[in-house]
Design a protein around this ligand. Structure first.
Ligand code: SF4
Length: 282
């Protein structure tokens, strides 16, 4: 199931979650997998994954499958291993719908299968600024490449969401820059924008503060003095989260793009489902 911790602010409909790979090579500085995955930046395929998945799906209750929440499903070794492509095939064979989450442009390779099954592809773009993106997500494709991937998916009429996620106070939350990003997404025809704010864990905070030294003191105040705690997770104060996300919501609305927040507990959604799963049935 999607949320084994039953997180109180998660409003997602129930779904399965699968990860063909363990570990992720993008090394986003804000990433939280480093708190619970050993060797988080070393990608390894799961052993015997397709055979086990095929067996498990035979008698599984029908519900959407989310891929992947802990490691990008399109690492560079996927080019030769075709494990994620094989996963899509198995899901299709058993008539399961899929929500793909990625930052990789390799997802466009699988347009043929994705267009032929109930699917939504969510690509994360945290900024249009290539220089800033390089600091935030050092080994992920540049924002321009991710926009091109969206265009290619659109050509096949595949449903698409963009995750502007996370918003980090003072780093990538400028309304003018978000407006420029949303304008691009509207031009491409993105079906939904999903956003959330950065949550600090000791290790990801060390990375963020190390890269954005001029912001470190301010971010420390927000996340370690004025913060809210939700089930042990450090959130920015509610008013600040509301300000950042409402600003983005208003921009999305101005371009007529449905909007939702992820694990924020804020009444800002204009989209029917926070995870874009309603698009699976359109
Ligand atoms: S793409 Fe996701 S899982 Fe991979 S490093 Fe970035 S935040 Fe972590």
């Amino acid at each position: 199931m999607f949320d084994p911790w039953n997180f109180p602010l998660c409003t997602c409909p129930v779904k399965y979650s699968i990860d063909p790979y363990t570990g992720c090579e993008h090394r986003c500085i804000y990433c939280y997998i480093s708190t619970y995955i050993r060797e988080p930046w070393r990608v390894r395929p799961k052993r015997d994954f397709l055979r086990i998945l095929d067996r498990e799906l035979r008698n599984a209750k029908r519900m959407p499958v989310s891929m992947s929440n802990s490691s990008d499903p399109y690492p560079s070794i996927e080019r030769s291993l075709n494990l994620t492509r094989g996963t899509l095939r198995v899901l299709k064979k058993h008539d399961f719908s899929v929500l793909v989450l990625t930052k990789s442009v390799l997802v466009t390779r699988d347009r043929d299968i994705l267009a032929d099954m109930r699917s939504v592809v969510s690509i994360t773009i945290t900024t249009l600024d290539a220089h800033l993106a390089k600091k935030l997500e050092p080994f992920a494709p540049a924002p321009e490449q991710r926009l091109k991937a969206l265009e290619k998916l659109k050509e096949r009429e595949i449903k698409m969401a963009v995750r502007i996620d996370p918003l980090i106070p003072g780093i990538n939350d400028s309304p003018a820059e978000l407006n420029a990003l949303v304008r691009e997404l509207a031009g491409i025809g993105v079906d939904q924008i999903i956003s959330s704010t950065y949550k600090a864990k000791p290790d990801n905070f060390r990375r963020v503060a190390g890269v954005f030294k001029a912001h470190a003191e301010e971010l420390h105040r927000i996340y370690f003095e004025e913060n809210e705690m939700v089930r042990g997770v450090r959130y920015a104060p509610r008013e600040l989260r509301m300000k950042m996300l409402k600003s983005l919501r208003d921009i999305a609305v101005s371009y007529d793009i449905p909007f939702s927040v992820c694990r924020e507990g804020l009444p800002l959604n204009t989209a029917p489902a926070c995870d874009a799963s309603h698009l699976l049935n359109q």
